[in-house]
Write a protein of this length. Structure first.
Length: 116
């Protein structure tokens, strides 16, 4: 397994969280920290998570996303996932995360469709 890291920036007013490595229990604290950091700084309702450099997700990583999706839905927020490999798309679909997030191939498309 490779270690997990993330960073985020604002792209055309949308916060984009870039995920890198294996999304496991080690991702939990970093994901939650990034969520609150963005929430407190820019108060945007739509967050984009880019999985282009994510290799793997296990049940702990999925649980981390479920937790922050639930918190954000309570505030009428929305999450968008981009850059998912076919395998990660299948995993997200099997566990039901695709019912709670929008999925686009890339960040540019996500931003364009979210402005509509």
């Amino acid at each position: 397994m490779s270690s997990f890291s993330l960073n985020w920036k604002i792209d055309k007013t949308f916060p984009v969280i870039y995920l890198n490595g294996d999304i496991t229990s080690e991702a939990d604290q970093l994901l939650e920290q990034a969520y609150y950091e963005i929430k407190n700084q820019i108060k945007k309702k739509t967050y984009i998570f880019d999985f282009e450099k994510a290799n793997y997700i296990n049940s702990s990583g999925i649980s981390s996303f479920i937790k922050i999706i639930h918190m954000h839905k309570e505030e009428d927020g929305e999450f968008i996932f981009t850059g998912l490999s076919d395998h990660l798309k299948k995993v997200m679909d099997i566990v039901g995360l695709t019912d709670y997030v929008k999925i686009f191939d890339n960040i540019e498309t996500a931003i364009q469709k979210s402005r509509m």
